[in-house]
Write a protein that binds this ligand. Sequence first.
Ligand code: NIG
Ligand code: FE
Length: 406
Amino acid sequence: MQIWRKFSQILTLDKAAKKDGRNLIPTDISTIQNASVVFDDETIHWIGEDNDLPEKYLNIKSKSFEGHVLTPELVDGHTHLLFGGDRSLEYSMRLNGADYAEIAKTNGGILSTMRETNILESEKLFKVCIERIKTLINHGVGTIEIKSGYGLSFQKEYELSHIIYQLKQYFAPQVNIINTYMAAHAVPKEFLSSVDYMDKVVLPLMDKLNQEEIIDCVDIFHENGYFTYNDTEKLFDHAIKLGLPFKSHADEFSDNKGALLAATKGALSADHLLCTSKDGISALAKSKTVATLLPGTGFFLGKQQANARDFLDNGVRLSLATDYNPGSCHCDNLMMIASIAAPTLKLNQTELWSAITLNAAHAVGLTNQGAIVKGLAPRFSLFKAKNIDQITYHWGKNLAVNISKL
Ligand code: NIG
Ligand code: FE
């Protein structure tokens, strides 16, 4: 049993959890001052004001956390951090006027990272990812979703999913890694069409990785020039048949009815959503599918942002993630994304904190965490601050304390 006492503040998100992470108002925030928490490896047993700590816990050795804030665990539910090389040249081309889609057509974009990833051996990629993941952890994150998708051949995608699986073993149990299979990230040039690539690589490899019990989830880039509505539906139906959770990159550059399809089919999340129209928003609101916005991407590409209020005010469950990747968002700091997102997307404090903890956990299928309440899993993040306001207020400054080192 662990007894952690006297936090300056604990953010419990109790009310937000009871409201299913939707329709959150500022007074739903649920914080406790001078707070303590009692838990074992699996479960939170008690949470409350330190003055009310039950007598039976008083004689057990405890740790004291004055000057610190405890929050539900930060979850980065959308990253592509398994890649080789970098695309800083494309970044400077964009600053000088080129567009992401134009660059992708002229030998750049995802396919250029594919080339750089393919020249690196597994061992090298594994090591690079360890360093990247440690940086995320130092920024307070405890669960990280990692997508494959820069291999883009049967053999290399197989290898990438296995690297993510090894990373998962390496960081468990302190850090939880979700292994998302995204061979459907772009269509390599040697295939006739997206259908050809889906049939020869994406679906057969999904079967193989599923049989080996390597992957946790599947994803697809549902976008003009990448994968169509029909490809996406086919991938989802295949995942349903295998019993695998699924999600999509939906409506990023155009309204492809991506959110509508994802919500109707029961996806864990629909991500990006810059161009989602009303029918997509109302389908999300009626479903359990989480809308994952990636404001770092719009920010980094100099594009418009998703209209978060449209989603929130219609009762959609909303999360935020980094989208950490070498092209459209080279950012490994979820807390900084949160700081930038809150005023830009007009999120209140409850919406903001739920978006990076409770709802982000649901977006990757973890329904047993995300709030510090009795009975849930003890997944926390720790900050050197007096209250949650100080954490996003000092934007760009890292106040996280690495909890796995305690
Ligand atoms: O989420 N949209 C597709 N995938 C990434 C971009 C990947 C890249 O540009 O390398 C994204 O933005
Ligand atoms: Fe992405």
